[in-house]
Design a protein around this ligand. Structure first.
Ligand SMILES: CC(C)(COP(=O)(O)OP(=O)(O)OC[C@H]1O[C@@H](n2cnc3c(N)ncnc32)[C@H](O)[C@@H]1OP(=O)(O)O)[C@@H](O)C(=O)NCCC(=O)NCCS
Length: 139
């Protein structure tokens, strides 16, 4: 399977954000503050966008990036698409001076982040009725 990781616009992420992460919310609600300045990555298979992840630079710490809205087309889960996206993003962010990537990981996805080398906090917290843990990857 050939998967290509490319830079995309925030606008291009909205469909997968909505369908995979928040099917009960509207597409308009998928916009995030700072989307215009984020580094958005897309995974393409046969020219179809099948995975997304957005990285936001910390306004107070230029080498720190927050990963948000990581999602892969459900029928393609478990094929290494998200891992490829994380690794490609990691290489690109390093060239931009990144030393740390962190995210609020859905507890249901914590195992994925762990497989990608993130350290996972033990404390579980809730947002929007969902369980989360903090995860971070030192570059
Ligand atoms: C989490 C998600 C992005 C992972 O994408 P993916 O393309 O299926 O992940 P990969 O195939 O690259 O997985 C890499 C490794 O993590 C493991 N993994 C993937 N999802 C996992 C999960 N939810 N829990 C535990 N392990 C997981 C895979 O088995 C694989 O392990 P391996 O190295 O032993 O083969 C995808 O399942 C998804 O979109 N989930 C719904 C949305 C979501 O929860 N996003 C994260 C919000 S914080």
């Amino acid at each position: 399977m050939i998967v290509e990781i490319r830079s995309i616009t925030a606008q291009q992420t909205l469909d997968l954000r909505q369908r995979v992460l928040w099917p009960n919310k509207s597409r308009a609600e998928m916009h995030l503050p700072g989307d215009e300045n984020a580094l958005n990555f897309g995974a393409y298979q046969n020219e179809v966008l099948v995975g997304i992840g957005s990285f936001f630079r910390d306004p107070d710490a230029a080498s720190v990036f927050r990963l948000r809205k990581m999602a892969v087309e459900p029928k393609l889960h478990g094929q290494g698409i998200a891992r490829r996206l994380i690794f490609a993003a990691r290489t690109e962010l390093k060239t931009k001076g990144a030393t740390l990537i962190w995210c609020d990981a859905r507890l249901s996805a914590a195992g994925f982040y762990q497989k990608c080398g993130f350290k996972i906090d033990t404390e579980v917290f809730q947002k929007s009725g969902m369980d989360y843990v903090k995860a971070h990857l030192t570059l």
